[in-house]
Every structure is written in C-alpha cells, then in structure tokens.
Design a protein around this ligand. Structure first.
Ligand code: ZN
Length: 609
C-alpha cells in the first residue's frame, strides 16, 4: 500500500438521531483551477438513477490552514471548489472538504444509520475527486462517541492498513472504482466464519433476531457446500482470498447486491434456520439461493463483465443487451448449485424450477418485449415497473434463466453429454474474467456457439432477440423430464406438482385486502375476464353478486361455486365513484409449469449431477 495516498476520506457515524454520517475528504494535490467533486448517480449492479447526492448536506471547503473556500453545486451531483491561491498552491497546501450524509435508506443500495447499526456503500458517501479517480485512496473509519458506547465493530473487506481489534482505523483502496466495491457494516452484529476450499469466509447478521435459537451449524455447513460448489465449477485460480456476506435482518426484507469479494443482503429473520426445525424451510432455501446467487456474481459480472461496465462513469445510465447472461445465468445456477451441493433433492429442485418457470409463463408481456430489450431498457422498465408490467415487459432474470436452462439442455443433447453450460462459464472465466477483457455486445452468443461446437444463431434470434417461448417439451424430453402446463389451483399457486383434479375459474387479477375490507386490484392480466369487464389497477372491488368481498381468501372460496360461462355482477369503486360491471367467468389459463421425471428414466440421469 502506498503510504502517501493523495486522497484521504474520514467517515464517522456521528448522529444516530439525525441519521448523519460526518465525512472529511482531504486532497493533497487539488486542481489548480478549482477542484471538481462528484457523486455517482447509480450503483453498479442496480440499474436505476438514484441521485445519491440528494442526501449530501452542508458541504464546506477550506485550506489546510483553515481558510474557507467556496463550494457550489454545478449539477445535481457535482460541486466546484474555489481554487487555492497561487501561493497556497505553490506551497503544496491540501484541500479539505467536509459534509454530512443523511443515511435513512434501509436497502442494499444506499446507506442507513440509527442506534442499532450503520451501513454504507461508497457510492452514497464518498465524493470522487474528478481527474484523480485513478489515485489510491485512504479511508479512516472513526468510531463516534455513540459507536464507542455501543461497543460497535466493523465488518468490511476494504483492504486494511492499520486497524484496531474492532475494525476501526485505516483502510485503503486502489482507486475510486475499487473504493465503492466495499460496503461497510458497523454495529453489534453476530459474526460467524467458515472456510470454503481453505478460503476464509465470514457472515455477519445485523438487526433483531433470536441469536441463541439460530442453527449456526446447519447454516455454515450449507453455505460452505454452496461456496465450494461454485469455487470448483470455475476452478483455480480462485478470484478471492476472503469473502464476506453482510446480512441485514428485518421482518420481510429480501434483496442482494454483489461486490468484488462481499455481498450486502437483506433477508427476513424468519428465513434463517432455527434449532427446533427438523428440515430446511422454504424461506431458508430461498435465503440460501440468494447467497448462492450473489456469490456466483463474484465471477459472473464482477470479473466476467460487459465491456461497457468497465467505464468509471456512473453519472449516466450504461446500456447493454447482456443482462440476460449476467442475471439470467446467475439466476439459473443459484438453484442448480443447491441441488449439486446436496441441499435440494432432485424432486425438490424440479419443483422449485417449475415455479421459477411459471413466473415467465404467467406473463403476457413475454410476447411484447424481448429479453435483450428488457436488459437494454432496464433503467426505465424493469427497475421502474408499474401496474401494467405483466402485460408489457419480461424480466431478464426469469426469462434469462430459462434461456440458460434451454441452452444447457440443448448443448448437452447436441454434444451427447460431452459439453454443457458449465464449459461456457469456464471459457468465459479463463478468457475474460481472469484477463479483465470485457465482453462486447453479441460476443457471449458467439462464445456459446464456439464452446458447444454448433451454430446457435437461430436459437438466440428466436428466444433472446425474439419473443418466442422456448421449446421445453422437446428439450426436456431429451433429458428424460416431462414438461407440462396446468391451470392455477389458487391465487398463491406458483406452479409445480399438485394433487388437484379440478381447477377454479379465473378473474385474471391480483388483489390485496384494504383497510376498509375491500379488495384492491393491483394488476389486471390482458385478455382476462376482469380485463374484458373493464376493471383496472387501483379499483376497489366491494361486492360480487351483492356479496361483500373482504379478503383474497374469501374471494377464492366464493369463486369455487361458479363455473366457466357464469356471469357475476361486480360492484367496485374507481376513485370515489361507484361502478357496476358484469364479469363473464373464464377458465384459468394453463400457465403453471409442472416438471416430472419420466417413469422410464434412471433418476440419476446426467443433467442433474
Ligand atoms: Zn443478480
């Protein structure tokens, strides 16, 4: 580490009541004509303009000797500092900038601070020194009086320079782009550790939960198995020499953001494994899939990455068609890794996969938008979904993972089991991840063909750039699995196997109960019975056939008495206007996926090994 870093940041969780971090930035060699400073408008991995600078409060600037300098905004995320005098400049005086950051965004993308903990991403708190983004920076994490009283510790993978036992002290980063790769958690968290292929891994849990009831043995055993599967898949050299899972627990949190050698996660405390449980809950399996997903990004997007992501400019959106690969393939492998690690049985895995597939088959929007376009327009469409999203767009996560699945099945079938999608990943890691050579648009498709040894242009034209459904009946049948579609049994039915022989009628809406005990329509499926009757998102259904409807469960029970072709009189409010419309009941569409192993097939067949 360069001990003469020209850029120093000092940050302290100062005021938990005001949710304020105090930041000081010292620049050894400021721009002679006046230093320009900037803050990113988005954070890598989350493709939305978030304007983090709106939370910067009271920036001030001065020379080392304390002479105040003007600092004025020049755009929503840049500031101009008055130049030092020629004498001050000649004497090598440094520039000091102070500001506060309001941290009240409890998400993996921003910063958050109260009496219980403090968390930040560099993108929220560290102004970049324009023109010196390539310079090494030093970061001093200072325990405020508040943090000292609470016995807080620090959890981060920022490279250490001189750090005390609790983690407060001096860290460094190679350059600005690296600096924002290491989120920092501060608090009285639970920290657990394990080794995966001899690499030290840690997981820290912040937030309120019953620590003494946690089944730590199970958790660490499962995480180790997942990490080792992924390390083995990509083979040596491993990209990391340590790894940190930072988990914030709330009642119903869910989400993750990948970084170079860590990930920030939000999860529900109910989704952890507890000592009294005899088997892994669905929620815990979902938590493990989230860990598996973010860990997989250590290779797939943090190192194997689109060329356009290798820019340092985080002021404007960056456009690429490639998110189907980086999120879709990662979503496909997050569950498959659990099966390979022995955490999911073959049957459990197929059932979960069927549910994942259902998320695509339910969406009429898959015929309106290609996955490539979904990736390109993620900034305004996928990341800013409205009530019409099911009818208008398709997720590059869900359909991207189906393209991954289709590719894997196709490559295995065409090469008679010689090759698989694993080989494509390995090629990408060896030729792009390890070398830092970014991927140009269309390059991944060419690599899929090259590695598998046959042309895939028509495949990508139809399913990636076009909007066709993949031919899963045929693709699965070659792998000994039967793919079929059936209607939903209930509003909560997300696909997979079922014992039902009869299926209720469908209104084609999502509803939520309101505080006035009515049903508020959140989404209307195009072409459905509700769509034809003129219902829209935001409408409040009051009664069907003059019976008050208060909960989704009551609605489902009520509908069981009716058949296709029956007409229900629907009373509803649109805003404050009472309206009435007939609902002509339709059959529920066959859009729930079921996957079953064909009876003639050896259950240990190659695809799932
Ligand atoms: Zn992801």
């Amino acid at each position: 580490m360069n001990t003469l870093a020209k850029i120093h940041y000092q940050i302290s969780p100062e005021d938990p009541k005001g949710h304020l971090f105090q930041v000081t930035l010292k620049i050894a060699q400021p721009d002679a004509v006046g230093q320009l400073l900037s803050l990113p408008n988005w954070i890598p991995g989350s493709y939305m303009i978030r304007d983090f600078a709106k939370h910067i409060i009271m920036p001030t600037a001065q020379t080392a000797k304390g002479r105040p300098l003007d600092i004025i905004p020049t755009s929503k995320s840049t500031w101009q500092v008055e130049p030092l005098s020629p004498q001050e400049h000649a004497a090598g005086e440094e520039l000091s900038v102070q500001y506060q950051v309001y941290a009240w965004d409890l998400s993996v993308r921003g910063s958050h601070f109260d009496e219980s903990h403090a968390f930040f991403n560099g993108t929220s708190v560290f102004m970049a020194v324009v023109g010196q983004e390539h310079e090494t920076c030093q970061i001093n994490l200072v325990a405020s009086q508040h943090a000292q009283m609470q016995e807080w510790r620090v959890a981060t993978t920022l490279p250490k320079k001189q750090v005390g036992k609790k983690g407060w002290g001096h860290y460094w980063a190679d350059n600005y782009r690296d600096l924002i790769e290491y989120p920092v958690e501060m608090g009285s968290f639970l920290e657990l550790s394990f080794e995966a292929h001899k690499i030290p891994h840690r997981i820290v849990f912040t937030g309120q939960f019953e620590r003494q009831k946690l089944n730590t043995k199970q958790l660490l055993q499962d995480l180790k198995a997942i990490c080792e599967q992924e390390l083995s898949l990509f083979e040596k050299p491993y990209p990391i020499d340590e790894y940190l899972f930072q988990v914030m627990l709330t009642a119903d949190g869910y989400g993750g953001l990948e970084h170079l050698n860590s990930t920030a996660l939000m999860a529900s405390r109910n989704d952890l494994p507890y000592l009294h449980e005899t088997e892994r809950s669905d929620g815990y399996l979902q938590f493990l899939e989230l860990c598996s997903h973010e860990y997989f990004h250590t290779w797939n997007v943090k190192r194997i990455q689109p060329k356009v992501y290798q820019t340092t400019d985080l002021s404007e959106p960056v456009y690429t068609n490639q998110l189907w690969w980086f999120e879709g393939i990662t979503s496909f492998y997050d569950g498959l890794i659990l099966q390979r690690a022995g955490i999911l049985t073959q049957e459990q895995y197929l059932n979960r996969l069927a549910k994942e597939m259902t998320r695509v088959y339910r969406m009429p929007g898959r015929f309106k938008q290609s996955v490539a376009e979904s990736s390109f327009l993620t900034w305004t469409k996928f990341y800013q979904q409205d009530e019409n999203a099911p009818n208008a767009i398709i997720s590059y996560y869900t359909k991207g993972s189906l393209i991954a699945l289709g590719l894997d099945l196709l490559i295995r079938a065409q090469t008679e089991g010689e090759k698989s999608l694993d080989d494509v990943l390995l090629y990408l890691w060896q030729n792009h991840g390890q070398t830092g050579k970014g991927l140009k648009e269309g390059e991944i498709e060419a690599i899929c063909s090259k590695v598998s040894g046959f042309g895939l242009k028509s495949f990508f034209d139809a399913y990636l750039y076009g909007t066709e459904d993949l031919p899963f009946e045929e693709l699965f049948s070659a792998a000994g699995i039967q793919f079929s579609l059936r209607p939903a049994t209930s509003l909560k039915d997300m696909g997979g196997t079922t014992d039902a022989t009869q299926y209720p009628v469908s209104l084609g809406i999502n509803v939520v109960a309101t505080e006035h005990q009515t049903l508020k329509v959140s989404h209307v499926w195009e072409g459905s019975c509700a769509y034809e009757a003129g219902l829209a998102s935001g409408d409040e259904i009051v009664a069907l056939n003059l019976y008050k409807m208060s909960t989704p469960a009551q609605l489902e029970e009520f509908l069981k008495r009716y058949q296709v072709g029956d007409v229900l009189e629907c009373h509803y409010f649109r805003r404050d206007e009472l309206k009435q419309t007939p609902l002509l009941l339709q059959a529920a569409p066959e859009d729930r996926v079921v996957l079953t192993v064909m009876p003639s097939v050896d259950k240990e067949f190659a695809w799932l090994i």
